[in-house]
Design a protein around this ligand. Sequence first.
Ligand code: TXA
Ligand code: MG
Length: 329
Amino acid sequence: MRLKTATPETIDEAAACLRGGLVAIPTETVYGLAADATNGAAVARIFEAKGRPAFNPLICHFARAEDIESAVVTDTRAQTVAAAFWPGPLTLILPRRTDCRISELCSAGLETLAVRVPAHPIARALIAAAGVPLAAPSANKSGRISPTTPLLVSESLGNAVDMILAAGPCAVGLESTVLDLSGDTPTLLRPGAVTAADIESVLGYRVEDGTTTATDKPKSPGLLLKHYAPSIPVRMNAIDLEEGEALLAFGSVKFMGIRTGGAARDLPPERVRNLSPRGDLHEAAANLFRMLHELDRPQNKGIAVMAIPETGLGLAINDRLGRTAKRTD
Ligand code: TXA
Ligand code: MG
């Protein structure tokens, strides 16, 4: 891991590192653990570095407000709050465009994407130099608090990050406000420096408080989030196929048979996806949500998934598949 003070030269170095690598970056809220959001394998490395065996959707950081238009669908509400609070500590949840180039791993399979234009000049200079939006959760190991100084980042992540771009302590020190604008009612999912009252004053109407239940007990972020699940059954650790099932493979399908006769390798192409023919877990994570969506068709009776090793990113992949398997049993 390289800890470098931000200068024009080290910003260029960080931009080069972001072609596949992970860089901890300063923002005005907290330090972020950034990867090229259009590179699924790089985004997969974020989850590995955080050491969390589950995929949560990530915030995508853009240099300018107009840049989000290529990734998400905006409306007047989004344009109004963006004009009022960006660049700044506000994240908007918006529907993904159908031609969105951002990795589906950033959305964890959901049809929405979290977008934000940070105010920190170093963050914006780096995004511009990288030429791609940056996916970045807070730069801490899972279960630790969000780091607000370069030293806290290096203590938490150590060599799990390729480079830390250091620019002193974060001015806000608290994660961005998360506002869900993907539905009819604007809903606050996480409180932050931009308050519900601030948002209401520019929108001219009420924002629903999604951070509390009717009894005013705070909900955990995990409970607020609806996870993606296919609409057909998912069967894990499959060693053969049932008639009518689609196959989500990992590694070679050479020895995979169909119970009623025949071999999986002879299935029509639309019934088979391979997460990673060479058995690479980064590639598998990067492909997971897109391939699930592609096999999630009413013509298929279910999705049989080959065994995926319970190590590294395999834990997160199995965690997500396991939840969908339970849900649809
Ligand atoms: O201030 C911040 O927001 C920092 C800096 C680095 O930008 N980032 C940050 O990211 O706090 P993270 O991953 O620690 O928190 C992102 C939050 C999570 O609660 C996540 O569930 C939610 O945003 N989120 C992301 N995408 C979402 C989506 N499509 N739908 C609903 N919630 C989403
Ligand atoms: Mg966090």
